[in-house]
Design a protein around this ligand. Structure first.
Ligand SMILES: Cc1cc2nc3c(=O)[nH]c(=O)nc-3n(C[C@H](O)[C@H](O)[C@H](O)COP(=O)(O)OP(=O)(O)OC[C@H]3O[C@@H](n4cnc5c(N)ncnc54)[C@H](O)[C@@H]3O)c2cc1C
Length: 497
């Protein structure tokens, strides 16, 4: 008899109970304490551990990886949260700052499709194929397309003209909402950016993706994070999960350690040469440090920094033994007649992505899962009663299934697990203010980069400013910040004091 799918009550059911002291054997002092094990925090820790510094990596969750995570459910399901695709550059970053073995598992997606009332197409997202579509499918002049790429390549962070992405598109492809959709939709899902954001942030991210297509990690997020943990241990980094950092200790304008709370509620003070926060930038400045430690004009400017949007996801697991013929790896789908940025975040909107995970995701496995993702606004999911929240999640699941059935009739009968995550879920698991999936908007970047000019020995690395988000952006930002920390720690060693 066919069993009904399990509608899991959701992902707010807390963290696994833990006996024991997560800070047992901790040293009183480290050269560096990293708060948070997202890709930026982990990569920075690995670079600095390898460089010979003593590094403590603290994580409040029981898993390391931050948003680069997965979860398991009864029936043998493993769901990946943010393994939809990243640029080819991740291969080089992993080879240089992690290991050749990790880099070797980075493989291209075979197919990316778009399905909306304006066009249906398949692309490998390489420059060649994308150009082919712009010219053949959308009738754009090749020279115009080349000029567009050239304009993107010429953009640089220190020479921002103030043009928005929408203005950039109008300049090259005026009145072509369908072309704007092709160019913008994937990037909006990748980093929460919109037509109103600075063109510079679009140019950098789009050029990264367009290099050689979209890539994934063969083995799944659990394998990836397992390999990262192995490397961190080899680099001598001390890894501690289930440790909530409550405060960054600052005295006389200088960060000198943290106050951490273990899972038993015990407070511990740990001293450090410097501190790198991978927590959300807002949380770092407003809660972990506290406004009293910053200059008024920095705070005044920082108060205008906007958080990026959040996400919803629906996780669907096929029953053991069921199969899903290969159609595509990643589909951008919408029933909206025209493209506009705000509607991508509509609570019960018509636009979503489907990531299909076939057995090739975890070679040796014979299982299939599908994850649907939408961008979302925090305000739509907060302040609801429990009953309203559950009802809205059920509606999200039902809308997603109806949409999926249009491409895969009868898919419901193959599923035996379905559950949804909302901005509240992301906030709960990562402590990002408002469940922000991609840190802050562009204006946050300067505040993140200049943090150590405000408070000596305090650094930030993590999703921020659109450009530094995503697996590649976060990992690379970890490296950039690690280089600054390295210089600072060397200056401490060399200073006569
Ligand atoms: C639904 C979704 C889909 C995505 N899809 C993709 C994708 O396909 N490709 C891609 O490249 N990117 C994707 N991303 C984005 C990508 O996952 C993130 O940009 C990246 O992983 C963020 O890394 P990070 O270093 O900023 O830290 P985060 O992953 O945000 O991690 C921060 C860590 O800090 C910890 N922390 C916070 N506060 C404290 C504290 N006080 N004490 C201790 N620990 C603390 C948190 O628990 C967390 O582990 C997606 C994101 C979401 C939400």
């Amino acid at each position: 008899m066919e069993s009904k799918p399990t509608y899991h009550r959701g992902s707010r059911d807390g963290k696994a109970p833990f006996k024991g002291d997560p800070l047992d054997g901790i040293k009183p002092y480290y050269d560096l304490i990293v708060i948070g094990s997202g890709l930026a925090g982990m990569t920075a820790a690995n670079v600095l551990g390898r460089a010979g510094f003593s590094v403590l990596l603290t994580e409040q969750h029981y898993n390391f990886g931050g948003m680069a995570t997965w979860f398991k459910r009864k029936g043998g399901h493993i769901f990946d949260i943010s393994l939809h695709g990243f640029p080819f550059g991740m291969k080089k970053t992993c080879r240089k700052y992690w290991s050749q073995a990790i880099a070797d598992r980075i493989v291209p997606l075979e197919s990316i499709t778009f399905k909306n009332p304006q066009f249906e197409l398949e692309t490998s997202f390489t420059k060649e194929d994308f150009t082919h579509h712009l010219v053949q499918t959308f009738g754009q002049k090749r020279s115009k397309v080349e000029d567009f790429y050239q304009a993107l390549r010429a953009m640089n962070f220190f020479d921002d003209s103030g043009e928005t992405t929408g203005e950039l598109f109008e300049r090259f492809f005026p009145g072509r909402n369908d072309v704007h959709r092709l160019l913008m939709e994937p990037i909006s899902y990748a980093n929460g950016s919109s037509l109103a954001d600075p063109a510079i942030s679009y140019g950098i991210v789009f050029s990264n993706f367009m290099n050689k297509g979209v890539y994934t990690y063969s083995g799944g997020t659990d394998h990836f994070i397992g390999q990262c943990k192995r490397e961190l241990k080899k680099s001598g980094v001390e890894l501690r999960n289930r440790v909530q950092v409550a405060r960054i200790l600052v005295q006389g304008g200088r960060a000198h350690g943290i106050e951490a709370i273990d899972s038993q509620g015990q407070r511990h003070t740990i001293e450090a040469g410097c501190v790198l926060s991978n927590a959300n930038l807002k949380t770092t400045i407003e809660r972990l440090v506290g406004p009293q430690h910053f200059r008024p004009d920095y705070l005044e400017g920082f108060s205008k920094v906007r958080l990026n949007n959040s996400s919803t996801q629906v996780y669907m697991g096929l029953r053991a033994g069921e199969e899903l013929p290969f159609t595509t790896d990643l589909q951008f789908t919408s029933t909206r007649e025209r493209f506009d940025s705000p509607s991508l975040c509509d609570k019960h909107g018509e636009s979503r992505t489907f990531s299909y995970y076939y057995p090739k995701t975890r070679p040796g496995s014979d299982r299939y899962t599908i994850v649907s993702s939408m961008n979302a606004n925090w305000a739509d999911w907060t302040g609801l009663s429990d009953a309203e929240y559950e009802a809205d999640k059920q509606r999200l699941i039902e809308d997603t299934l109806c949409c999926l059935e249009r491409s895969h009739p009868g898919i419901r009968s193959k599923l035996d697990h379905i559950e949804a995550a909302t901005p509240r879920t992301f906030e709960f698991y990562t402590q990002h203010a408002q469940g922000s999936s991609f840190g802050t908007k562009f204006e946050g970047l300067a505040y993140s980069m200049n943090l150590s000019e405000e408070i000596e020995g305090l650094y930030h690395a993590g999703s921020v400013g659109i450009i530094m988000s995503g697996w590649l952006g976060a990992a690379n930002y970890g490296v950039i910040t690690a280089n600054k920390v390295d210089a600072f720690l060397h200056s401490l060693v060399n200073s006569p004091a």
